[in-house]
Design a protein around this ligand. Structure first.
Ligand code: BDR
Ligand code: CA
Length: 313
């Protein structure tokens, strides 16, 4: 089997950080061409540093890391320190990482890599606001046919919003970018809150990660312990939902996820519901299907996969 070429676009964030570790642990399946970072959970100067810290921790200093857009396309940046702490990855030691920051802009890297690739060959894995991906599409529309598929974390239907009553954070931060990406015409699989809220880090699952006993296991455990606190209080749940790793888990084990082909449109007009994902689950609009909307996850299977992979690093 040849490894699937992917570009990961992220805004670490503890759950982005765990997503990176999971991807690092699957080199036979995933060929990570680059990690592009964007402003989101915390400002860009922190998300790019955090991605590089994760490359250090995961022993993958070979993967090129790029800094991208410093703010959303039209709206002011909204960050989420209340969830992730002021560093974005509170729970691990913060230092100046060895993994270098590449000089090119994330958007340039995405464009150049896709232009040099065959049609339908590269999978994009965005787990933050979609600014970098949308900017690349707007600047160089001829990259679109090169995209095999986009497997992203974003949106909400049945669960309602987590950063406004009706919007999920990644889409609310840059709804205009989300509109561009969801209308690009390439296949999209979306891990919205309907899926990720099923993937809860219970005390038992957290203990299994801690019991790995390696530096990676400890880092993952300590980040999740910090990150869970906020969501446990917010949702009254047993643990926090592990959003972003669902994307990579889907690439590794799609059978853990159940989805339906639907139309997803993005609200970009209303202040009240800005960034809402209008998911036409019952196909009442006649709008064309553009998204595999994941609505069911085998959570035990997900945590087994995650724990087994983290143990490999
Ligand atoms: C998403 O927002 C961020 O806080 C997380 O990293 C995740 O990508 C969940 O709404
Ligand atoms: Ca994220």
């Amino acid at each position: 089997m040849t490894a699937r070429p992917i570009i990961i676009d992220c805004d670490p964030g503890q759950d982005d950080a765990i997503m990176l570790l999971l991807a690092f642990a699957a080199p036979a399946e995933l060929d990570i061409l680059g990690i592009t970072t964007v402003a989101g959970n915390v400002p860009l100067n922190l998300t790019q540093r955090n991605a590089r810290i994760m490359c250090d921790i995961g022993g993958r200093q070979d993967i090129p890391v790029f800094a991208g857009c410093i703010r959303p396309m039209l709206r002011p940046l909204m960050t989420a320190e209340a969830v992730h702490g002021k560093t974005g990855i509170d729970g691990v030691e913060i230092y100046d990482p060895e993994t270098p920051l590449r000089p090119e802009h994330s958007v340039d890297f995405i464009i150049e890599t896709l232009l040099a690739a065959a049609d339908e060959s590269i999978t994009l894995v965005p787990t933050g606001p979609l600014t970098n991906i949308a900017m690349a599409i707007v600047r160089e529309p001829s990259i679109v046919p090169k995209i095999a598929e986009i497997v992203l974390m974003g949106g909400a239907m049945r669960e309602g919003g987590n950063s406004s009553p009706s919007a999920e954070f990644n889409i609310q931060v840059d709804p205009h970018a989300a509109h561009i990406v969801f209308s690009c015409g390439r296949p999209i699989t979306a891990m919205g809150l309907d899926a990720t809220h099923q993937v809860i880090t219970t005390a038992e699952r957290l203990a299994a990660i801690g019991a790995i006993g390696s530096d990676v296991g400890r880092a993952a455990h300590d980040m999740l312990e910090f990150y869970d606190r906020h969501d446990m209080e917010k949702y009254g749940s047993e643990g926090g939902p592990l959003h972003d790793p669902c994307t990579v888990a889907y690439l590794l084990a799609p059978d853990l996820f159940t989805g339906k082909q639907v139309n997803v449109a993005i609200e970009t007009q209303s202040d009240l519901t800005m960034g809402h994902t209008a998911v036409d689950f019952w196909r009442v609009t006649g709008r064309p299907e553009n998204t595999n909307w994941i609505y069911k996850v085998d959570a035990d299977g997900f945590y087994d996969l995650l724990t087994q992979h983290l143990a490999k690093l």
